[in-house]
Design a binder for this molecule. Structure first.
Ligand SMILES: Nc1ncnc2c1ncn2[C@@H]1O[C@H](COP(=O)(O)OP(=O)(O)OP(=O)(O)O)[C@@H](O)[C@H]1O
Ligand SMILES: O=P(O)(O)O[C@H]1[C@H](OP(=O)(O)O)[C@@H](OP(=O)(O)O)[C@@H](O)[C@@H](O)[C@@H]1OP(=O)(O)O
Ligand SMILES: [Mg+2]
Ligand SMILES: [Mg+2]
Length: 324
């Protein structure tokens, strides 16, 4: 079902020409934070969408979702149990509306343990490379158990400590296991993998993928590890300001992972996670040609920073309606 809405002056907004009047409009309701609206719903996206017959409409939280629309697609990234319940109800009562993405699938990548489990289960290995996850375990409560748990799990130092819930972005690097007791659970402790200080962000929008390169934490040598102790906290690492797309780097480090490997990984994760909008952070172990680790998966990431995202995203929205 394509929500049949005629273009009106109010719907189109000032100054922009509507598409031909015969064109059916694809209505996309969105529930996003104001930060996300600013970064994602940029004028260049809205403009291109409008020319292709796609209209973005803000969902009004003071009204029932069923009383709004009709929508063809609902796009959302809001947290909270109540919102998840509203969406689940809406999905049941409006089976023809594509909700991007299902709330329970999103929940799966909110926890840093379940997030990487799918990659571990996939155990992807072919002529292009091998994709795994760093050894890791969860500390739920008692930080005094950390040193013993690290030894028992056979984790090699240094370790990265991340909040179990992916919404929080603090990151610590620990050179010894005793210092980890200072950190506040629930946490994921993960082996730090040397990767030449460069990481690849693979943005997925349905079947499309786009890869960017970012600077990351530098390698830690055996010598450095022996010399240092303690836990070091890092503010946001590998954020958009850390782009390394144009940097002059050692080609062994800069080279993107093979496209066929990423395409297979993206396809598998899309179906196993039941998500269509996500990105993954992948690193190549320094000194190897084909040993890859996925270290993070994010739902509906910052697409606004991806070159040409407006074309990729609008094509994707149209393909959803066409395939119905
Ligand atoms: N196991 C690891 N080995 C090496 N470096 C790592 C590892 N885990 C994380 N890092 C580095 O720390 C950064 C932040 O880690 P991660 O991506 O897990 O956190 P995040 O807060 O979820 O990030 P995002 O902003 O992408 O959501 C990574 O971009 C990478 O530079
Ligand atoms: O805000 P930005 O554009 O940086 O997008 C970031 C996004 O924040 P937002 O959803 O509030 O926008 C983050 O979401 P939360 O985990 O905090 O929910 C997470 O997905 C990051 O990985 C994104 O950065 P990217 O991986 O694309 O560099
Ligand atoms: Mg990350
Ligand atoms: Mg993340």
């Amino acid at each position: 079902m394509v929500a049949q809405m005629r273009y009106t002056a109010a719907a189109v907004g000032g100054g922009l020409s509507p598409p031909p009047s015969t064109m059916k409009v694809v209505v996309v309701g969105y529930a996003l934070t104001s930060k996300k609206v600013k970064s994602f719903l940029q004028p260049k996206l809205e403009r291109l969408a409008r020319n292709k017959g796609i209209l973005f409409v803000a969902i009004d939280h003071s009204k029932s979702l069923s009383d709004q629309g009709p929508f063809d697609i609902v796009l959302h990234k809001l947290s909270g149990k109540e919102w998840r319940r509203i969406l689940e109800d809406y999905r049941t009562t409006h089976p023809n509306v594509t909700v991007l993405d299902p709330p329970d699938a999103i929940q799966h990548v909110h926890n840093r343990q379940s997030m990487l489990q799918v990659v571990a289960d996939l155990n992807l290995s072919d002529s292009y490379g091998k994709v795994g996850v760093p050894k890791q375990f969860v500390i739920k409560k008692d930080p005094s158990s950390i040193p013993d748990s690290v030894n028992m799990a056979g984790l090699r130092l240094p370790l990265v400590a991340k909040p179990l819930f992916a919404k929080s972005h603090e990151l610590s690097l620990a050179y010894d296991e005793l210092s980890l007791q200072k950190l506040e659970p629930p946490l994921v402790l993960q082996e730090f993998i040397n990767h030449g200080g460069v990481l690849f962000k693979v943005y997925i929008v349905g079947e499309a993928i786009k890869v960017v390169r970012r600077f990351s934490l530098p390698d830690v040598s055996r010598r450095e590890l022996k010399k240092n102790a303690g836990v070091y906290r890092f503010p946001r690492v590998s954020c958009a300001a850390a782009s390394a797309d144009e940097a002059d780097l050692d080609p062994h480090i800069a080279e993107h992972p093979p496209r066929p490997l990423l395409e297979r990984l993206a396809r598998e994760l899309r179906s196993r996670l039941g998500l269509r909008l996500f990105n993954l952070d992948i690193i190549r172990e320094h000194g190897t040609k084909d040993r890859y680790y996925v270290i993070d998966i994010n739902y509906f990431p910052g697409y606004g920073k991806v070159p040409e995202y407006e074309h990729i995203f609008t094509d994707f929205l149209l393909s959803l309606v066409k395939s119905k």
